[in-house]
Structure formats: C-alpha cells, structure tokens
Design a protein around this ligand. Structure first.
Ligand code: SIN
Length: 297
C-alpha cells in the first residue's frame, strides 16, 4: 500500500465537502467521506404513502448520492414494504444464485453456528459479474449477534481520486473480466440451493463514471474481478493486486454496527463492502432487496 504520510493533506482534503442542509430528514455522517445515519424517517409509512416524488424521498436520494451508503435504525418494515421501498429506486434485481425469502427479489442473508460461510465476507460490489450490475442494495437486518457482524463500506470515488495521475492514465480505457462462477458455484449448497448451469460474467471498464453524480470511480473488486483484458496475466495480477490494496485503505471506509431492524442502503456503483463474520456461533439474519443498475461506462 502506498504511504499516505506527508501526502495525506493534499491527496484527501478535497474528499470532505460542505453539504446543503436537509429539511425533512436528519443526516449524521459516520465519517467525512462515506456513510451517514438518517433519522426522522418511518420507511413503512413512506412506502405506504405511495408518494414517489415527495420531498422526503428526494432527500433520501440526495443523502445516498452524497454519502454513498445510508443507514436507518428501528425500521419495522414488512417484506412487502421492503420490496416496495426498493421499487421506489427502480426495478428489482433477482440474485443469480442466492436463496430467497418467498419472493425472488427478497434475498436471504443468514449465518448461524452450522453455516460454512456468511454472505459477503470479502470486499466486493454486489453481483459485479452481471452485464448490468445492481445500482444499489437495501439490507434489513432482523436478528443481530450480541457482538460483531458489522459491515464495512469503502468509497470508490475516493479510491479513484487518490490514484496517481500516471496510474489513472494507465487504467483509462482498460476493461476487466468479472466472473460469478468461482464465487457462486456450490456457495449456497448448505441452504439446499442447487447450482445453476452457468453464472454471469461480464467485461467492465476499470474506471466507471457514475450516471447520477458524473464522478469517476474505481470498479474492480477481489470478489468478482478475474483479470484485466488485453495485457499479460502477470501484469494484470500485479496491477489488480495493487488496486485491491489501494481500494481497501481504511481512509476510504466506514464501519456500521448493526442493531435489530436497522437498514443499510448502499450504492454499488461507487462503493465496495465487506461483512464481518466474527460472531460464530451466533446467528445473524435479514433480507436484502437489490435494485437493478445499468451497464457501467
Ligand atoms: C452482502 O450483501 O454482501 C452482505 C452484507 C452483510 O451481510 O452485511
């Protein structure tokens, strides 16, 4: 990892901006560059209102764009309200491998003492192997372990912006192959989920431009990215190794401590996340609704 000492001011100062005040929600930042806890919202009431364009929805959109991942606590929502909240942001994505909770778009997130693994243990952006990877994911945790089970999130605009100009120029125009095969085959066998004949794979630009903010973000992750297209494999391994380490710099991160009925909503186009499975033999469970995205450019 490149040394940050001495360079920290000039390289990172621009990442913390002053925001306009909000009128219908309260937004408490977790760190200057990623994550904010939102209060003053009852999501169950908001979705049942059906008022797609109301002021509070607009401000939630804005809070997501400004903070990349937003958190809500003490939300007593039903599965139908969870799905309805997701639909306010777009069509819902169906996971290519994971089990669901009665609706194909309601993904099951579950680990207990018998689980061989937990969802999302390594750094990744959800289903980046899809041709059109999901725009965002909305996770509702209903059962928490007594300690642990936090989720870490990292800002990929910040990762891009902190690259050297030479590295930015080198990566510009390069694409990488993202493949679900090694991730998903056999992953959910313990839940009785049969393997599919094949899993998604797709080539995406390493640097993508966010369709809403217009900002550039680094778009490779340890979970799904296999190699950079069109360069020798040893060069690809070395460059990807550097980029993964760089993206995982704690300066780009926040860490969320879950409570029962908390919700996290993250933007997969400009973040990565990693779930900590440090709570065995306890149980952690919830559901995730994922919103469809667009082809990265
Ligand atoms: C995931 O969606 O990758 C799982 C995240 C979590 O369980 O915290």
């Amino acid at each position: 990892m490149s040394s940050l000492s001495g360079k920290q001011g000039p390289r990172y100062r621009h990442l913390a901006g002053e925001a306009e005040p909000y009128e219908t929600i309260a937004v408490e930042k977790l760190t200057p560059i990623i994550g904010a806890e939102i209060s003053g919202v009852d999501l169950a009431r908001l979705v049942d209102d059906g008022a797609r364009s109301n002021r509070q929805m607009d401000e939630i959109h804005r809070a997501l764009a400004e903070n990349l991942v937003i958190f809500f606590r003490d939300q007593q929502i039903t599965p139908a309200q969870h799905l309805a909240f997701g639909r306010k942001f777009g069509e819902l994505h169906v996971h290519p491998a994971a089990p669901n909770e009665g609706d194909p778009a309601l993904m099951r997130i579950y680990a207990d003492k018998d689980s061989p693994r937990a969802n999302g243990e390594g750094w990744h952006s959800d289903v980046s192997c899809d041709l059109e990877p999901p725009m965002g994911s909305i996770l509702h945790i209903k059962q928490c372990p007594p300690h642990g089970g936090d989720t870490l999130f990292a800002n990929m605009y910040a990762a891009y912006e902190a690259l050297s100009d030479r590295m930015k120029a080198y990566l510009d125009g390069l694409t990488a192959l993202h493949d679900g095969e090694q991730v998903y085959r056999g992953l959910y066998a313990n839940y009785g989920e049969a393997d599919r004949p094949s899993y998604p794979r797709a080539e995406h630009p390493i640097l993508r431009t966010h369709p809403v903010t217009g900002r550039k973000a680094l778009f490779v992750n340890r979970g799904f990215t296999r190699f950079i297209v069109g360069i020798p494999r040893d060069e690809s391994d070395a460059v990807l190794g550097y980029l993964y380490q760089h993206a995982e710099n704690p300066l780009f991160q926040c860490r969320f401590r879950w409570s029962e009925n908390a919700i996290a909503f993250w933007d997969n186009r400009c973040t990565q996340h990693r779930a900590m499975w440090d709570y065995w033999p306890h149980t952690r469970s919830g559901t995730r609704v994922t919103v469809k995205g667009e082809r990265p450019v």
